[in-house]
Ligand binder design. Structure first.
Ligand SMILES: [Zn+2]
Length: 685
């Protein structure tokens, strides 16, 4: 069972007719301020145990007591018991997740350090409880046995959920003989230590010599970022190579992490960690993922090369050609030149800033999901003590008369908030009986400025749509089990609804319903909308190939190259350089430059960083075949809502087949990305 789940800690790859503003409740609420709630506290999320920080301790005690009884019930089968083991196990998982997920969310968002601290302690206790259950051999045996003893009562979906529970157990090594089990525990500890140290050091500043300080025009002896925004190419070049210089310490930690993960994977019957990481994913095996990523690089390379030529032209035009690098584009140039390119070609966006207010965006999002799914988002009045900050807004989602669930919108940035933009699942959908269900609760946390109204950049607007896409995925869930509800599916599948929402945002027909002048309510003009979208999609081939390079490194270092890395036959810097050179041979780079030593995502993602590219490609297939002709189509919306309602109950391939009529292969996904790039290059002409 998972103790908690969060998504999108800013790990994203990119990061109709005109409607005049109707100063309605949603616009007004999100563009204004909310009143302070007075009265007797009902507790966070309406949980009366959570009226004050000490409530977390009582909550943990209650959950520990109840779950001990539930475990006992699972382990003592009786003739009178009608529920299946998988149902009982999901109930147990639900009992813990409902509490642990609240703790996980509150520790990240609560501004009161006492609450945050209490939630943190609660999390530690729940993690220990989950770990002790996941290593309880009798429980594993009971769940496994039920595949045989309860065979006649189990559907394909029940069996799939059992397989997922067993896979979670296997992640703790519970199924191993005792000598191997000890090795498993030791390796897990080492992975945690090496991974934490690697991620921590990934942001270490570089100590500069006086000569380097002078060359960079730096006042500080420490270089804490690669200065990619400097307008002199020589400075960018030097700063980049200093910041990304190969570090023996990081190499040692990364190698240790890979060695332990590789051994752990082999101990549990997999050829490599990369193979182990593909369990339940759309592509299913490391070989398929390799084929996908190499395909993306090879198919998109010609367009990426054209993007590079544009940047080189620009570099020569703006006279940024000092030193030896005048007729080439270096790794250090790409970010700076891309930003200058967008500004020169499409202009600065300052004149459209007033069109992006949070209120109008939320209002427009609400209308969109109304048209697509018949879902109504209503602003709800929270009770005293239900919220952790006055700036949080509570939305309730309905479909017809049916209550779907609650979305708490915590959009304003606070110093105490950790984790960046994300979507927390606080409670999952689950059928409690034939008629009764548990409604989902989610929190969408963003880091927007405060104000009245709040102005967003187009990127922030897109992020809002992305995260609200996750929230709707959770609201639409109709699963028998909470273990597979809403976004609780493989990462690639979980990111499809949110990525699809980005396609909606970047369509001029939709954009013009959400980008409204603050004062007059007039929509962005059609030309402005098209120009903005063109600017946002410019150079996307180059960006996509760069993402594929990062993902391919993550895959190979955990997969086909892991043995060679472990034996010291190749350094990770050589491996990264080989991939970068293969992908973009005309981008100049220093072979000892070690971008991967600062790539902390290697730790949490471990051979799954590619998932976002798969999700984007899948979303692109859905957009083009179902929504591009009419982004407000109710019939396509209903079909998509039905697919989302399955959460992870069905394999991702089957879910996509319900929407597309076929299960996309690695090649189909490559073609989808290629087509998307071709479309966006047409827009930028
Ligand atoms: Zn996401």
């Amino acid at each position: 069972m998972h103790s908690s789940q969060w998504l999108c800690r800013c790990q994203r790859l990119t990061t109709t007719s005109c409607r005049s503003i109707s100063n309605t409740w949603l616009t007004a609420s999100f563009n204004g301020t909310s009143p302070k709630l007075q009265g007797r506290s009902v507790g966070l999320f309406g949980n009366e145990m959570l009226k004050d920080p000490s409530g977390f301790k009582s909550l943990n005690e209650k959950v520990r007591r109840t779950s001990a009884q539930m475990v006992q019930n699972i382990l003592t089968p009786s003739a009178s018991r009608t529920d299946t083991t998988v149902k009982l196990f999901d109930d147990l998982s639900n009992e813990i997740c409902c509490a642990a997920d609240v703790a996980e969310c509150i520790r990240s968002v609560h501004p009161d350090p006492k609450f945050a601290q209490a939630a943190e302690e609660s999390m530690i206790d729940f993690t220990e409880l989950v770990e002790s259950l996941n290593t309880k051999r009798e429980l594993y045996d009971a769940v496994k046995m039920s595949l045989t003893t309860e065979k006649s009562k189990l559907s394909d979906m029940d069996r799939r959920v059992i397989d997922m529970f067993l896979a979670d157990f296997a992640m703790s090594g519970v199924h191993l003989p005792s000598d191997q089990r000890q090795r498993f525990v030791d390796l897990s500890g080492e992975i945690f230590e090496a991974g934490s140290a690697f991620a921590r050091n990934a942001y270490n500043p570089v100590r500069l010599s006086f000569v380097e300080m002078k060359a960079l025009g730096a006042r500080d002896r420490h270089l804490s970022y690669p200065m990619h925004n400097a307008d002199c190419s020589d400075i960018r070049h030097l700063a980049h190579n200093l910041y990304y210089a190969h570090s023996n310490d990081q190499e040692k930690l990364l190698r240790r992490l890979i060695e332990c993960r590789h051994e752990l994977a082999q101990l549990t019957g997999y050829a490599s960690y990369a193979d182990r990481a593909q369990l339940f994913s759309l592509l299913g095996s490391a070989d398929e993922v390799e084929q996908f990523l190499v395909g993306v690089i090879e198919e998109l390379r010609p367009q990426a090369e054209s993007d590079l030529l544009l940047l080189l032209d620009l570099k020569q035009k703006i006279g940024d050609v000092r030193g030896e690098s005048g007729d080439t584009v270096g790794e250090w140039d790409i970010s700076y030149l891309s930003s200058v390119y967008r500004q020169t070609k499409f202009g600065r966006h300052s004149e459209i800033d007033r069109f992006f207010t949070l209120g109008a965006l939320m209002e427009g999002f609400g209308q969109l999901v109304g048209q697509l799914y018949g879902v109504r988002l209503e602003l709800d009045t929270a009770a005293p003590g239900e919220l952790w900050s006055d700036t949080v807004q509570k939305l309730t989602a309905y479909q017809g008369d049916a209550l779907l669930g609650h979305i708490y919108c915590d959009f304003v940035s606070r110093p105490s908030k950790t984790g960046g933009d994300c979507h927390f699942t606080v409670r999952c959908f689950k059928m409690l009986s034939e008629e009764k269900s548990q409604t989902p609760i989610v929190v969408v946390s963003l880091s927007l400025p405060s104000g009245s109204p709040v102005y967003l950049s187009p990127n922030q607007g897109e992020t809002l749509f992305h995260e609200m896409g996750h929230a709707l995925h959770s609201m639409l869930g109709r699963t028998k089990y909470q273990h597979v509800a809403g976004t609780r599916c493989s990462t690639d599948m979980a990111e499809i609804p949110s990525n699809l929402m980005e396609y909606f945002f970047n369509d001029s027909r939709v954009l013009r319903t959400v980008a409204l002048d603050k004062d007059s309510g007039e929509a962005l003009s059609s030309d402005q909308a098209k120009q903005l979208i063109a600017a946002r999609s410019a150079l996307s081939a180059l960006e996509t190939v760069q993402q594929a390079v990062h993902a391919l490194f993550d895959l190979r270092v955990h997969g086909c190259t892991a043995d060679a890395v472990c034996r010291g036959e190749i350094t990770t810097t050589e491996l990264y350089n080989d991939i970068a050179q293969f992908a973009l041979p005309n981008v100049i780079r220093h072979p000892r430059s070690a971008w991967q030593h600062r790539f902390s995502h290697l730790v949490p993602y471990g051979a799954r960083y590619y998932s976002y590219l798969v999700a984007r490609a899948s979303a692109s297939l859905i957009w083009n075949s179902q929504f591009k002709a009419n982004p407000f189509s109710r019939s396509a919306g209903d079909r998509w809502a039905a697919v989302q309602s399955y959460g992870g109950e069905l394999p991702s391939g089957q879910l996509l087949a319900k929407m597309l009529g076929f299960t996309p292969t690695a090649d189909d996904l490559v073609t989808a990305l290629k087509r998307e790039i071709e479309d966006s290059s047409e827009k930028t002409q």
